[in-house]
Ligand binder design. Sequence first.
Ligand SMILES: Nc1ncnc2c1ncn2[C@@H]1O[C@H](COP(=O)(O)OP(=O)(O)OP(=O)(O)O)[C@@H](O)[C@H]1O
Ligand SMILES: [Mg+2]
Length: 239
Amino acid sequence: MTQAAVELQGVCVRLGLIWALKEVDLVVQPGEQVALIGSNGSGKSTLLRTVHGLLKPDQGKCHHHPALQQAMLFQRPHLLRTSALNNVALGLWLDRSQGLNWAQAKTRASEALQRFSLGAVVSQGGRQLSGGQQQRLAMARAWARNPDVLLLDEPTASLDPHAKREVEALMAEWTSASERPLTLIWASHNLGQVKRLASRVVYLEAGRILADLPVADFFNPAELALHSPQAHAFVQGEL
Ligand SMILES: Nc1ncnc2c1ncn2[C@@H]1O[C@H](COP(=O)(O)OP(=O)(O)OP(=O)(O)O)[C@@H](O)[C@H]1O
Ligand SMILES: [Mg+2]
């Protein structure tokens, strides 16, 4: 039996006065593409941050596959006050598990920036880029670490249609690379994108998982209504 990439058992997370996650059970196998959907405040970012180890469950357990590298793209990425190239290279260089010297880190960073169509702005200050360029820079930074498990919080939310298509194409390409399956867990408000890229869809409402289905079942209205009337109502409202 293969070990799960990520496993959450009965996870509850309290933020301030509210329980942002309630009794969350989620097992993700290597190579799955899991989309997290749900309205604002339903707990998608909290779930991703918990999976990434940034929030500790107040109850329950969160396990990671010990051999898999994880990287995360945040909903509001934090860029350093330095060039786009250095933003990526520094992350790589400081991550000792990458084993790269500064010259190697810069080479890998440069490749990542090309990949995300940022070749023309490598020397520009990361914080001076447009919102969509900053988003792509943060994504290049996560991707450059060559992770096995990639957590993306609304990766295309601020991108123009062309950039959105490009990033989606990259996501599709990574997940179909056969020699090493990438595990992708991402939050999205774009149901079309979820339909195109997910193998499985998890619907959250007020911190609880109310539906967790293969993508074909999730987008089959009769099937979804049977599993979760709330998720069905959410999807119908979005279409
Ligand atoms: N730092 C915090 N302190 C207190 N409450 C928080 C904090 N961060 C998030 N919350 C609350 O936790 C709940 C879940 O928030 P979360 O950011 O996970 O939602 P989300 O599904 O990602 O929403 P969105 O679609 O807007 O990104 C919300 O009720 C939010 O107000
Ligand atoms: Mg969020």
